[in-house]
Design a protein around this ligand. Structure first.
Ligand SMILES: [Zn+2]
Length: 480
């Protein structure tokens, strides 16, 4: 079943000045997507969900100047500078730009073996931004040079897209399921690989399913020596062992933890089916899983929630989103719909409905015990999980897990910024921070689905038009 394993895949931020990007510095091909670029803009009469976890406030005004939030407060008492462009946004909600923490730049190609994941540097940056995602961590790269060049082009105003924290190539051991991963030979190879890619500019790493404990230990040591964090989608190493080895974050959550499998041997990735069946026999709020949660929290290991990529494995669950189908290359649309129906056909025998419920319960309990939960989409698996749209779906699914809309938005904004060490600049709406804001034509507090109604996305104070961004890459997903 390893072939079917989801290709599931951290950071010293560049100086904020790289991101201070006046609309005037944007290339013409980026400027076509800009709808608000006045030097001073006041967003008035909005409902505010500021990302801190505080209750929504109505009748708020945000003043944006020089790419930053110059002021915010009650509309009645917030002074609007002379000459500001005033936008009356009654009925709209403002939230911080989303911080996508498992937001790859690649997507599975339609077709069969060998599994390949073409880089989507044409469509994904625009779709992330259109979805309200203003910062991403790529969380494993199949084209790290392309990701680094893309980041540079966006930061220089030559391409439209989010702020990118580039993760290095996958740190995978022997037994990789795709040709696009280097297979480490030993701990020295892991150390060398980490050192090389730090020198190239990546700011995090991700360990993968077949890495050995020695290799992970060497990678963590080398990365930490540079102040760089390591996350993992692990299989050969259980969560508690990874925490002891110094890992900073674990991707996907409980569903991929193999430590409870009766077949688990040290340093080896066991079969996924017995491992999952073992999880289904255990409680989340007591016993070994609960002890594992406490251990992760004690070691300050974060968990990245990637519910959309699991939801597509649950028969008859993921909504058929017209926006997603429109974004796809026609061949990819056919392939995706066929895979959906195959999953649906297997409903009677599927463990996924129960596993998915378990995962939702696990993530809620992890936060209850004080863990830092991050949010991402993971645009892989069987397809249909697409940049931007998938990040919105992640927030909706966190609400299904039992978080309030305010908590879910806090997880998808502030928590990611905190983990990246960027909370002084982004992640919440506060005076002095970068003006990364999503204007929503609706009330996600009342109905979280409204998070899909993105009207304008501000990045560093420049307001982008989501409809134009999406239209410009219609039919690209599955190809480029
Ligand atoms: Zn991934």
């Amino acid at each position: 079943m390893k072939q079917l394993a989801l290709l599931i895949l951290l950071s010293l931020a560049p100086p904020a000045s790289c991101w201070a990007q006046a609309a005037s510095k944007l290339a013409p091909e980026v400027h076509v997507f800009v709808k608000e670029d006045a030097p001073v803009i006041a967003l008035t009469h909005v409902r505010m969900i500021d990302g801190t976890g505080a209750a929504p406030r109505t009748e708020q005004t945000v003043v944006v100047a020089d790419g930053k939030i110059a002021a915010m407060g009650d509309t009645a008492s917030t002074k609007i500078p002379v000459g500001a462009k005033v936008l009356d946004l009654a009925g709209r909600t403002v939230i911080p730009g989303l911080v996508g923490m498992h937001d790859h730049m690649f997507y599975p190609a339609p077709g069969g073996a060998p599994p390949l994941y073409p880089e989507h540097a044409a469509s994904f940056p625009r779709l992330y931004l259109a979805g309200g995602v203003t910062t991403i961590r790529t969380t494993g790269s199949v084209e790290p040079y392309a990701d680094l060049e893309l980041k540079r082009a966006i930061d220089e105003g030559k391409m439209a897209g989010p702020k990118i924290h580039v993760t290095g190539p996958y740190l995978e051991g022997q037994g990789a399921f795709t040709l696009q991963m280097h297979q480490l030979k030993d701990a020295e190879d892991a150390r060398r690989t980490v050192e090389y890619w730090i020198a190239q500019g990546v700011t995090s790493f991700k360990a993968y399913q077949n890495i050995t404990p020695d290799e992970l230990a060497a990678a963590v040591k080398a990365a930490h020596a540079h102040g760089i964090k390591v996350t993992g989608h692990l299989c050969s190493i259980g969560f508690r062992e990874a925490a002891a080895l110094g890992i900073d974050d674990l991707e996907h959550g409980l569903v991929v933890d193999t430590e409870f499998s009766p077949e688990k041997k040290p340093g080896e990735c066991p079969g996924s089916v017995p491992a999952r069946k073992a999880l289904l026999r255990l409680e989340v709020t007591s016993g070994p899983i609960h002890e594992m949660i406490r251990d992760l929290v004690a070691h300050h290991v974060a968990i990245t929630s990637t519910l959309p990529v699991f939801e597509i494995s649950v028969p008859n669950r993921a909504p058929l989103d017209a926006r997603v189908l429109d974004a796809m290359l026609p061949d990819e649309r056919i392939y995706y719909l066929r895979r959906r129906s195959l999953i649906s056909d297997g409903a009677a025998k599927s463990d996924w409905p129960a596993l998915f419920r378990k995962e939702l319960e696990f993530e809620r309990e992890f936060v209850r015990q004080g863990g830092l939960l991050l949010a991402g989409l993971d645009p892989t698996g069987y397809g249909g999980v697409i940049a931007g749209f998938g990040d919105q779906r992640e927030v909706e699914l966190l609400v299904e897990a039992g978080f309030t809309p305010v908590e879910a938005i806090h997880i998808a904004t502030s928590n990611g910024a905190e983990f990246l060490g960027e909370l002084d600049k982004i992640g919440t709406v506060a005076a002095g921070k970068r003006a990364d804001l999503v204007v929503i034509d609706g009330d996600p507090f009342g109905n979280i689905k409204d998070i899909e109604k993105v009207e304008t996305v501000f990045k560093d104070g420049v307001g982008y038009d989501p409809a134009k961004l999406i239209e410009s890459v219609r039919g690209f997903v599955g190809l480029r």
